[in-house]
Write a protein that binds this ligand. Structure first.
Ligand SMILES: [Zn+2]
Length: 251
């Protein structure tokens, strides 16, 4: 079976797509693979999308509770419609409209982009490497190898991140051949060497002039779309590892 079209990677702004169901699993719950989808399957600290698929012929709608990647395909886990007259799961071959919960996804794109800016600022200003991160819509955290981190730096970091967001920096997505990607020093610092050895291409996200990372998530096209952030906390996770929490001011 050829792999379904996965629109979230080339076009983070794609909210819906017409598609056909090409595979159906019933256990542990109903789940489908489509020949095209806008759903992000989760990963890199960004949660999977939620949303719905609606059958074109009769309008029956199934909520997509979550999505995940399995053997390279994006699998959509469905809730069955409520009520005794429930249509049951859809069938292979059904034509559907697949649509993500866009307000939630867009908030995740803004949050994700803000975390890249945080990462870029902390590297540029303090030389600290990121070791991990996670996010929810509107808030997130990043962990750094940042021995000098202290409460006094929080205000400086917050101000620097907000300056970079306000600078309206463009955010560019690229897919590079493996060798080309591995030759970029900035990518090596973001632990590109942890990528699976077999991969032929590396997707990169560049916040022009600030940050470049190997990354599979969805982001906004310009930092101006993020607005501004607040640093809501920081914690020591040991002598060297520090965690910084942020939220979007209007998130
Ligand atoms: Zn990212």
């Amino acid at each position: 079976m050829p792999q379904g079209l996965q629109l979230c990677y080339p076009d983070a702004y794609a909210r819906s797509v017409e598609a056909r169901i090409v595979a159906l699993e019933l256990e542990p719950g109903p789940a489908v693979v489509l020949d095209a989808t806008v759903f992000y399957p989760g990963g890199g600290g960004q949660p999977a999308d939620t949303g719905a698929i609606s059958r074109t012929t009769d309008g029956t709608t199934w909520r997509v509770r979550t999505a995940r990647k399995a053997d390279g395909e994006i699998v959509h886990e469905l809730d069955l419609p409520e009520g005794a007259a429930s249509a049951g799961p859809p069938a292979v071959g059904d034509r559907v409209m697949a649509e993500i919960d866009w307000p939630r996804r867009y908030l995740l794109m803004r949050t994700h982009t803000a975390l890249h800016v945080l990462c870029g600022v902390v590297w540029r200003d303090y030389g600290a490497q990121v070791t991990g991160g996670n996010m929810e819509p509107g808030s997130g955290r990043m962990d750094f190898e940042f021995e000098r981190m202290s409460g006094e730096l929080v205000g400086d970091i917050e101000a620097a991140v907000n300056r970079e967001l306000a600078a309206e920096r463009e955010v560019r997505v690229a897919v590079l051949p493996r060798d080309e990607a591995f030759a970029i020093p900035d990518l090596i610092r973001t632990k590109i060497n942890l990528l699976p050895p077999g991969i032929a291409e590396v997707r990169t996200i560049e916040i022009v002039g600030l940050d470049l990372q190997a990354d599979g998530g969805t982001h906004v096209a310009n930092t101006r779309e993020v607005g501004s952030i607040r640093v809501t906390g920081y914690e020591s996770k040991g002598r060297i590892n520090k965690r910084i929490r942020i939220e979007l001011v209007d998130g």
